[in-house]
Design a protein around this ligand. Structure first.
Ligand code: MN
Length: 294
């Protein structure tokens, strides 16, 4: 199934080009703060599934194109991300900071946005802001020290994810945590719709130019190992997000660009890029030459 958040915190299921609003059915309150309800929906999804399927037989629906798609899990316990996780990207960045050497890092949860939103470029003169094409893993149940053999039992689903990054030598968390720097969407597709986690194709375009293309078979740390490594240190909770790292082909985006990401059996979304006026600070005042640093 494809699960969305839309129109101010409502929960829906997408089938073809229709949206079934299951907000009331799953007991979600769109006005609740913090907006953590989707974590509970994910935790309880198998229990809720029969009622959802019944509702979709003859329940009311609206056109997908008529709704505003929001990020599916706006308030996860954590947003984890793996650094350089494909050998071709390591080569282009001349980086030794591989995922199997560094483990995971965190991005700010407040950097999340959705398929109906825009990427706002901070006003940082002389800096490049790059796209990174990644898959989001959505964790479905609580666990610690999860073995690679059991890891896929903990993966609830997948989504497209853009890990936007200010290139530079400053703290990675800071460079990657600007508001709107983690578009996730257009929905969560449940794991049963992805036949093989080790054979997922992905592509990213900027406008009409294909910039990135890869398959999860080429990951350095594969998906079960990512869950194992993360959960060796941290208890994973329903709704936690793991960004899987990017392949080669990263590059700058500019005002007016459209970034499109497509992941096989998961989905596709196009996000406009706009130049904002906010975001400058003393840290980014010094100039930085883009020398393929991470
Ligand atoms: Mn990344």
């Amino acid at each position: 199934m494809k699960i969305i958040r839309f129109n101010g915190g409502r929960v829906g299921i997408v089938k073809a080009d229709r949206v079934f609003d299951i907000t009331n059915l799953v007991g979600e309150d769109p006005q609740a703060w913090p907006p953590s309800g989707m974590c509970r929906v994910i935790r309880d999804f198998e229990t809720l599934r029969p009622a959802i399927l019944r509702y979709m037989v003859d329940g009311p629906s609206v056109h997908l194109a008529s709704v505003h798609l929001q990020t599916p899990v706006p308030w996860p316990n954590k947003l984890m991300a793996y650094p350089v996780n494909y050998h071709d990207h390591a080569k282009e960045m001349a980086s030794e900071g591989l995922a199997n050497i560094q483990g995971y890092f965190l991005k700010s949860n407040s950097s999340l946005c959705g398929a109906g939103d825009k990427i706002e470029l901070p006003a940082l003169s002389g800096r490049e802001i790059h796209h990174e094409c990644e898959i989001a893993l959505i964790i479905g149940k609580e666990g610690r020290e999860i073995s690679p053999e059991r890891a896929m039992d903990y993966v609830f689903g997948y989504a497209c994810l853009l890990d936007m990054t200010v290139r530079g030598k400053e703290e990675r968390v800071f460079r990657k945590s600007y508001d709107t720097f983690t578009p996730v969407g257009p929905w969560i597709v449940t794991a049963d719709e992805v036949p093989n986690h080790a054979d997922i194709n992905m592509k990213l375009w900027v406008n009409d130019e294909l910039r990135q293309q890869a398959n999860t078979r080429d990951l350095i740390v594969n998906i079960p190992q990512m869950v194992a490594v993360a959960s060796s240190a941290s208890t994973l909770y329903p709704g936690d997000l793991i960004a899987t790292g990017t392949p080669a082909g990263v590059g700058p985006v500019r005002d007016g660009d459209i970034v499109t990401i497509e992941i096989e059996n998961v989905g596709r979304m196009s996000i406009p890029v706009m130049q904002g006026t906010r975001g400058s600070n003393v840290v980014f005042e010094k100039t930085y030459d883009f020398v393929r640093a991470s």
